[in-house]
Design a protein around this ligand. Sequence first.
Ligand code: COA
Length: 248
Amino acid sequence: MTEQQVVLRETRDGVQTLTLNRPDKLNALNFALTEGLVQALKEADADTSVRVVIVTGAGRGFCAGADTREFTVLTPDNQPLVEQRAALTTELQGLVKQMSKPVIGAVNGYAMGGGSGLALSCDLALAGESARFGYPEVKHGIVAAIVMAGLVEHVGRKAAFDLVATGRTLDAHEARQLGMVNRVVADADLLGEARALARQIAAHPVQAMQATKGIFHRVTELPFSEGLKIGQQLNAQMRAFRQTELQS
Ligand code: COA
């Protein structure tokens, strides 16, 4: 299967929808799909015709996490491959924060392990009623390691430890209560709602939107007083944005 096929791309009205396309495996992240998604996200970020990106899954799953069938080759006697895989997963889980454009997760069905991490890494996330989340890594004798920082960042310590220690599955409404998604919508409306939200965001001036996303992710990682300082700097710079917009 080519890279184009593992991730489907469709662009309409400045909104690019990326669809993970391994439906028979609930879009489990093997090497090819992970590489394809990283590539597609980078290309969407570089494409000036794209203002907002949606990530969703084909079929009845959003993403079932790491492909457990690849675990047979990810062994200590294959350490270079183990490290290559860890680096690729880390790149994917951190990529949305690095991108200049907003990314919306449209979570249909199962979002497990790295799939839940992917949903949480999106700037906004909508869940269909049938969405299910969970961090079952410990059940496989491994650790929800690369997704841990994003989980704790979103739900806080007690809830995060509950999820990673029990490996239990939670429904869309509990995910909403914990702050893992913004909204729960009917399954049939999921993509339509995600596209409507994307179009609303895409209508804003690009420079202001990108600077908003940029400072947002910076201040989440800074102490308050430093966040305030970079806010002051951006406030002084942003006066030029409107001029650029009026001139274009
Ligand atoms: N890696 C590889 N294949 C996976 C997968 C994964 N993480 N998750 C699901 N699949 C495959 C199944 O093997 C099955 O393939 P098959 O039809 O060739 O046997 C197909 O996707 C459908 O999965 P199935 O288990 O039959 O669906 P279900 O609705 O009964 O259960 C889940 C759904 C998500 C509960 C279940 O598939 C599951 O627990 N998956 C593993 C999730 C996980 O542990 N992810 C983190 C890995 S660290």
